[in-house]
Design a protein around this ligand. Structure first.
Ligand SMILES: NC(=O)c1ccc[n+]([C@@H]2O[C@H](COP(=O)([O-])OP(=O)(O)OC[C@H]3O[C@@H](n4cnc5c(N)ncnc54)[C@H](OP(=O)(O)O)[C@@H]3O)[C@@H](O)[C@H]2O)c1
Length: 340
């Protein structure tokens, strides 16, 4: 693999830091690494492969023609401002925010599911929401031969999905609550310690939150199937790492759970942990720090003839974000589509 010059916007964030760790774990050759953030983190240093890298403040002038890859891992507004600038400098831009996910000119890629979409990128590649990726990975191997008709999904999402401040927020709220105090950190829509909050992001006029609509719209885009009916309920729970979800799915033809277990098990990046007899199923703690999507509790949906239901967990900052980005770099390199 070529040694690319990589620039990370949001290099001091929870995903940005995990990205550096994974680059190292997977021994990705790096030419020159630059880390950008806001004035808050500018001047702080990060060690990477024996080198001390000083974080710089991001400005429109930060992007250069010798940046082969720019990873935007900051916020939607930062992505909307900087992605076009970096793209116009000829950089291969990977965006982790929701800013470009539904843009028809921008591929939305899970390398194990739709790597071919990298071939038509026009400078920006987007990366799915951290709940979309595991669900689509589990459903794709069945959908390939037996098209999905309908999905109902309920999520149980860890605070790490909302960034470094939200991890600190759960910690401080929990300490306070154990001492009998309610000290809302303001990092979620309600106090999160010992609670469950059925709102992630803002509501639309139909009563769904943006997070729920992301799951629906992104799933249809990645699977190239606009007619899948999808209803999601996304809930923040007081776990630190690891998003979970219960999925109910209906396909064109009835699905046998044993066959589904076999198909899901063949999907690269998924490990089936499913043995009710010995009480084996995955939990968020099993997913934390790992790259695999873990799937269990695979069974017939008792409410729908031929339907399927299962439980799925993944680490939102790894396969839900940073690992997927590193895999996009690896796949784009294999396809020769990084340098335009
Ligand atoms: N956490 C997850 O599980 C997850 C999963 C999928 C996608 N994402 C997406 O990944 C991105 C980063 O999330 P995160 O969880 O890593 O958040 P985070 O821990 O809050 O880190 C955000 C980073 O972005 C920097 N930043 C924020 N606004 C900026 C701006 N206008 N210009 C330049 N830098 C800016 C921050 O700088 P300072 O250090 O200076 O504050 C910080 O380094 C977001 O778009 C998020 O939606 C996150």
């Amino acid at each position: 693999m070529d040694a690319y010059n990589i620039t990370v916007v949001g290099g001091a964030g929870i995903v940005g830091r995990e990205f550096l760790k994974i680059i190292d774990e997977r021994q990705i050759p790096v030419g020159r690494l630059r880390l950008l953030a806001t004035a808050r983190s500018a001047g702080k240093t990060v060690e990477f492969r024996g080198e001390t890298i000083t974080i710089e403040e991001t400005t429109p002038e930060s992007f250069r023609e010798d940046d082969d890859i720019v990873f935007l891992s900051a916020s939607g507004s930062a992505s909307r401002e900087y992605a076009p600038i970096a793209r116009d400098k000829g950089c291969f831009v990977i965006d982790d925010s929701s800013a470009f996910r539904m843009d028809p000119e921008v591929p939305l890629v899970i390398p194990e599911v739709n790597p071919e979409d990298l071939d038509w990128h026009k400078g920006i590649v987007s990366q799915p929401n951290c709940t979309t990726t595991p669900m689509v990975m589990a459903l794709a191997p069945i959908h390939r031969d037996n098209p999905l008709k309908r999905i109902v999904v309920s999520t149980y999402q860890a605070v790490a999905g909302a960034g470094a401040a939200a991890v600190d927020g759960l910690e401080s709220e929990t300490r306070a609550a154990l001492e009998g105090r309610h000290e809302n950190s303001g990092t979620q829509k309600r106090e999160i310690a010992f609670n469950a909050v059925p709102q992630i992001d803002v509501f639309d006029e139909g009563g769904y939150t943006k997070e729920e609509l992301k799951m629906a719209n992104e799933t249809r885009k990645i699977l190239h199937s606009q007619d899948i009916g999808i209803s999601a309920t996304c809930v923040r729970i007081p776990t630190f790492f690891g998003h979970s979800m219960a999925v109910w799915a209906e396909f064109a033809n009835p699905v046998d759970p044993a066959e589904a277990r076999k198909l899901i098990g063949t999907q690269q990046g998924i490990r089936v942990v499913d043995d009710p007899a010995s009480e084996q199923y995955p939990t968020p703690m099993d997913a934390a720090g790992n790259d695999e999507v873990l799937v269990g509790r695979i069974r017939t949906d008792a409410s729908t003839p031929g339907g399927l239901t299962f439980w799925c967990v993944t680490d939102s900052i790894r396969k839900g974000a940073a690992t997927n980005v590193v895999q996009v770099i690896e796949e784009a390199d294999r396809r020769g589509v990084i340098r335009r």
